[in-house]
Structure formats: C-alpha cells, structure tokens
Design a protein around this ligand. Structure first.
Ligand code: COA
Length: 337
C-alpha cells in the first residue's frame, strides 16, 4: 500500500513582529532572543483566526496536490488554539473549503499535533476507511501568550500547514506491505511513533476555562500559556534523538539514508543539540525558526511545505518528521517522498 503525501500548503499571517518590536514591549533584546532561540521575527495575526489560517493552508495543499475539496473524505486538524469550543476548527475548515463529503474533527496534542494527526490519517487509510485525508496543523498562540511575560512571549508565532494524504490507487490498496503498511522502498509513510507523559503536563500548560458557575459563585477564568523552559528543553533534547533512533531501527533504515530531519521548530539550540546527539550535520536538519518562531502544530507542515516548494524534495528521498510538545507528547514519522 502506498500512502503518500501528494500536496502541501501553508499560511502565515502577513504581519511581521521583530525582536526589536518585542524589545519595545518587554524587557528583552534582539541579541538575547537570537542567541538563546535563533528567532529573529515571527508572524502574528492581526485578525485572522485559527480556522481562517487553516483554510488558507488547506486550499494551497489541495491545489498543490491537484485534489478537489469534494474528494476529501476526512479532515484532521491539529490545534491547541481553536477559535471556538465548538464547532471544531476542522468543521469550520470543511465549510470554508467546501469539502462536502468529509468527516471532520480536531486533534489536541499541542506542538506534536501535526505528527499525531498525520499518523491518525495514515492509520485510517491503512485500515481501509478512507482514501483521501486532509491533515492540518495550525495554531494561533498569540491568543494565549501573555504579552507581558518576556520568558514566553518571544518564542511563539502564528501559522498553519497542511498536507493531503492519499492511497496511490485502488489496486495498491489491496496490496499489504510490512507492519507499517508500506514496504521501505516504495514512496509513502513507512512508519510512525507517538507517545505521551501526562505526569509532566505542568511543565507546559495553558488553562482554557476554569469551573465557574452558580455553584462556585465565581466567573470562569481563562489562562495564559505557562512554561518551565529548561524542563521542556531537557525533555526535547533527550526524547527526540531517542524516538528518531527507535523509528529508524524499527524500520531497518540507517541515519545516513535520511535526507532531511524535519523537526518541530521550537528553538534553534534544540534542533542543533538533537543533530549533535544523532551525529548528523545541520545541513540535513532544515530550520526556519528565524522567520516564524514556534508555530506549534503549524511548524512541521510549514517547514515541509517550504522544502517542497523550494524543490528540495525529490522522489525517493527519505525524511524523518518529528515533534514534541505539551502533554507532554512526542511523535515521529518516516516518509519516503
Ligand atoms: N529576554 C531577556 N532575558 C530573559 C528573557 C528574555 N526574553 N527570558 C528570560 N530571560 C532571563 C531570565 O529571567 C533569566 O534571568 P536570571 O538569570 O536573571 O534569572 C535568564 O534570562 C536566563 O533564563 P533561562 O530560562 O535560564 O534561559 P535559557 O537559556 O534556559 O533560555 C528558553 C530560555 C525559554 C529560551 C529555553 O529554556 C527554551 O527554549 N526552552 C524550551 C522552550 C520551548 O521550546 N517551549 C515550547 C516547546 S513545544
């Protein structure tokens, strides 16, 4: 079975916010932000919401893949910052793009969300339920960041990325491959890993609405994103190399065979440290964090779309995509382009 990403798309808001802009708002500096994170600027929404960004990215992915919205059977949208409690952002996108035959729902796994959604799409296709799935990773973290807190507000940006995942042909559907559903030498999604550790939820969290009603006598409160940066850093640089090694070992693929490691963009130093631990050069670890900051569920598909549009992905290339985030959660996927 060849389960392939046939189209990619992304969208970031037009408004650029530089480190200098933030230095005018909180006690920080361009030098501090750049040297600690690699971020130079980020895009911040001046109005467009989560579903609006997602719909833009989705339209671009459909156009890139030559797939019509009506052909999509399922929309999986990963986000932690939906515009509404309900309807889901996925349903809002379904309406906006006219994907009239698609079921649609959201997945919440923070910055790992896109990988979780991609792996879920993949499982649905392997099990024969759907052939064409639209997978979106999107976040509008500017809604939940405390713009007075210098330790978090400098890190994040808004953005969306999307991919269209399909089974190559009906004939292929009947042919079963290895346990990942694909043999390692044909294009497609070859293997995946997901994990979670709810006991570490407190190191990166954002309360949506506390209980407040006629019984408590209080109004519900909404919270800001809060984070123990050093704990998250330590977790990421340990867990990412571990799962990448596991993913490759279970797939019988060597590190040297991977063209690009498309990693969640949280901090340049995190990506660098993962590369160092895996003993791979940074040329194989593409980064765009300097332009967008951490766009959470948007970061991996935005980076993938950039690589695709720059013509850097050739048929047969092996890619690892991997992410980590609040939950704590982590996930990885091995892809042959
Ligand atoms: N500008 C200037 N100074 C700042 C600052 C800012 N924006 N943010 C924090 N500081 C200060 C701190 O108050 C601290 O000052 P002190 O030494 O006087 O107490 C000092 O800088 C060092 O802070 P520290 O937290 O030790 O810095 P760090 O090197 O660990 O870098 C992060 C902080 C947040 C950049 C880093 O820990 C990180 O990237 N963690 C991972 C976060 C992440 O990726 N989250 C999302 C995961 S999906």
């Amino acid at each position: 079975m060849r389960i392939k990403i046939v189209g990619t798309g992304s969208y970031v808001p037009e408004r650029v916010v530089t480190n200098e802009d933030l230095a005018g708002m909180v006690d920080t500096s361009d030098e501090w932000i750049k040297s600690r994170t690699g971020i130079c600027q980020r895009r911040i929404s001046d109005g467009i919401g989560t579903s609006g960004m997602a719909a833009m990215a989705a339209r671009r992915a459909l156009a890139n893949g030559g797939v019509r919205a009506e052909e999509i059977q399922l929309i999986l949208l990963a986000t932690s910052t939906p515009d509404c409690h309900f309807p889901s952002s996925a349903c809002q996108v379904q309406r906006e793009i006219g994907a009239v035959h698609a079921a649609a729902y959201d997945i919440s796994a923070a910055c790992s969300g896109f990988i979780f959604a991609l792996n879920t799409a993949y499982s649905f296709i392997v099990s024969g339920f759907y052939n064409n799935v639209l997978v979106i990773g999107v976040d509008c973290l500017s809604k939940v960041v405390d713009w007075k807190d210098r330790s978090t507000c400098v890190l994040f940006g808004d953005g969306a990325g999307a991919v269209v995942v399909t089974v190559e042909s009906e004939a292929d559907k009947a042919v079963s491959g290895n346990k990942a559903g694909n043999s390692a030498d044909v294009p497609g999604i070859l293997h995946m890993i997901m994990g979670a550790d709810g006991t570490k939820g407190h190191v990166l969290s954002c309360e949506s609405r506390t209980v407040g009603n006629f019984l408590t006598g209080t109004e519900p409160l909404t919270g800001y994103l809060s984070m123990d940066g050093q704990e998250v850093f330590k977790f990421a640089v340990k867990k990412m190399p571990e799962i990448i090694e596991q993913l490759l070992e279970e797939s019988n693929v060597k590190l040297e065979e991977i063209k690009y490691f498309v990693l969640h963009q949280a901090n340049y130093r995190i990506s660098e440290s993962i590369a160092k631990r895996l003993k791979i050069p940074m040329e194989r670890v593409p980064v765009n964090i300097e332009k967008y900051g951490n766009t959470s569920a948007g970061s991996v598909p935005i980076l993938l779309d950039e690589l695709n549009r720059e013509g850097k992905l050739k048929d047969g290339d092996l890619l690892v995509m991997a992410g980590f985030g609040a939950g704590l959660t982590w996930g990885a996927a091995l892809i042959r382009w």
